[in-house]
Design a protein around this ligand. Structure first.
Ligand code: UN1
Length: 511
């Protein structure tokens, strides 16, 4: 089937039309909004569909619905809330192929990665279902006789989820599925560059919610106006704002949320590096580095952007990378032979070109790629450059497939280069030396939220807590105990005795 014919049939099977609504209150009602914006296919620059623009009235309707639903949902026992997410996960299993294709169509990631993204949602659903029976609190030892102290976790409120185009489905699931089992309700504000995936997912959620009395647990608000995210950040009805996007935007969101004592969960820019030491297995390192740098066309926050190579291995690895880069098939994301699709839009291509030019001017040398491709759609060549870690272009996160390679002499030097970045999301070391490996993972090693040995910087499993330090924002999402971000902790003390002993030995006798 041709790309166009496939697009048409997938869109119609997922309930998308030429003109789509702007917002959903999660109980089967959709709102049109005022005006509209375009959803485009980045691999052809052609219009896929139009989407309504949500404005203040639609926003208020959505938040009001989520707020009212919270009043009910928080009383539903957590394991029952889990059943809703379980059925959602099953629905995603059934529609994985179509949804994976939609992600590939809308944001240009290759079909295998589009499918992988839906699998990531299914994995989170499974995790959340298990979690729904494990929202444990502690029982603590009281210092007073005949007292019991414990900790409970209660639902928090409405969670606002702002997602980026690059993971238009999975990052919503990381947040929304965990929030839902925790008893929160959700307002989703997806990227205006990926509205169709959001609408398709909301339609599925609406159908499943109707079976479970979970109406308005998931709601959706679409807009291409920058003010939409700011409105969510400023809204005191929104207890938690989970933001994925650039550090600059994240800084704004977090300052606004902090100003009203709201809670914020940030997953901002990364500038991830991999170190290859003198003992590394290059057969293993090579595909990991190429997938990390070229996968999703370098548009993951976990993408490998800097490669720090021991001088004894530099020439060999550089030559093998150049060879691999020239073999990466760039093209239609729906073609099974393609390894790299387009960038998201013309602005991303401009940022790529400007960054390559700037790095060249600073003295950088292009080893592979370096230019945009002359074909319809927003395609660039996977690019490998020799560069210096201190250059401003290397210090910035450019959402494009540019990998900067640099050499080092001793491991101290490698670690210093590695940590000399403002961002701190993901990191990797390729080594067979256990001392280097352990040091990399130690308190004086990688300063990132994610540190891997003998695998790449991207492609984390959902079972771990995902997020990073420094300008990445400090948030942790998905697995481990990230659920605690979506709940409020309450410390309880019960006196089952007949006297009133005070803590800290204070005496207060009323005579
Ligand atoms: C992101 O780029 O925002 O670890 C998320 C990964 C994916 C998630 C990336 N599981 O690369």
């Amino acid at each position: 089937m041709s790309h166009e014919a496939l697009a048409e049939s997938v869109l119609s099977r997922l309930g998308l039309s030429e003109a789509n609504p702007a917002a959903a209150t999660g109980d089967g009602h959709w709102l049109r909004g005022s005006g509209s914006f375009a959803a485009e296919d980045p691999s052809s620059a052609r219009l896929l569909a139009r989407v309504g623009r949500g404005t203040a009235p639609e926003y208020d309707a959505v938040v009001a619905a989520a707020q009212a639903a919270f009043g009910r949902w928080r009383e539903v026992p957590a394991p029952r809330r889990g059943l809703f997410v379980r059925d959602l996960g099953d629905e995603l299993r059934r529609q994985k192929d179509d949804l994976g294709t939609l992600v590939a169509l809308e944001v240009g990631k290759i079909k295998a990665e589009g499918d992988g993204e839906i699998q990531e949602m299914i994995d989170v659903a499974d995790f959340a279902v298990g979690l729904s029976r494990q929202l444990y609190g502690l029982t603590l030892a009281s210092e007073r006789p005949h007292h019991r102290m414990m900790e409970q976790w209660h639902p928090l409120g409405v969670a606002g989820i702002i997602t980026s185009f690059n993971f238009p489905a999975a990052v919503w699931a990381w947040n929304a599925f965990i929030a839902a089992v925790c008893g929160d309700t959700v307002v989703w504000k997806p990227s205006p560059k990926a509205p169709l995936t959001a609408i398709a997912l909301q339609r599925i959620a609406d159908r499943v919610a109707a079976y479970h009395g979970a109406e308005s647990v998931f709601t959706l608000f679409l807009s291409d106006e920058a003010a939409a995210g700011a409105r969510l950040a400023a809204d005191p009805r929104v207890a938690l704002v989970s933001f994925t996007g650039s550090s600059n935007a994240g800084r704004q969101v977090s300052q606004t949320v902090a100003g009203r004592f709201g809670r914020c969960l940030l997953e901002c820019s990364g500038n991830n590096a991999a170190i290859v030491d003198e003992t590394a297995d290059l057969d293993l390192a090579l595909p990991a580095i190429v997938f990390g740098a070229v996968g999703t066309a370098g548009q993951r926050c976990t993408s490998t952007r800097r490669l720090i190579v021991h001088e004894s291995r530099f020439e060999e690895l550089a030559a093998r990378l150049v060879d691999a880069y020239t073999q990466v098939r760039v093209g239609d994301p729906l073609d099974a032979a393609t390894l790299m699709g387009p960038l998201i839009d013309p602005r991303a291509v401009e940022a790529f070109t400007a960054t390559v030019t700037e790095t060249r001017r600073l003295g950088g040398q292009v080893l592979a790629g370096g230019s945009r491709l002359t074909r319809p759609g927003h395609f660039v060549a996977p690019t490998l450059m020799r560069a210096d870690n201190s250059w401003p272009s290397v210090q910035r996160e450019t959402f494009a497939p540019i990998l900067y390679v640099m050499r080092y002499r001793d491991f101290d030097n490698a670690l210093a280069l590695h940590n000399a970045a403002r961002q701190g999301l993901s990191s990797a070391l390729f080594t067979l030396d256990m001392r280097n490996a352990e040091r990399f993972l130690s308190a004086v090693g990688s300063d990132c939220g994610i540190a891997n040995v003998n695998l790449g910087t991207s492609g984390a499993e959902i079972g771990g807590a995902f997020g990073g330090e420094k300008e990445t924002g400090g948030g942790r999402e998905a697995g481990s105990d990230a659920w605690k971000n979506y709940m409020r902790r309450q410390t309880n003390t019960v006196n089952w005795g007949t006297t009133l002993p005070l803590a800290q030995g204070i005496r207060f006798d009323l005579h």
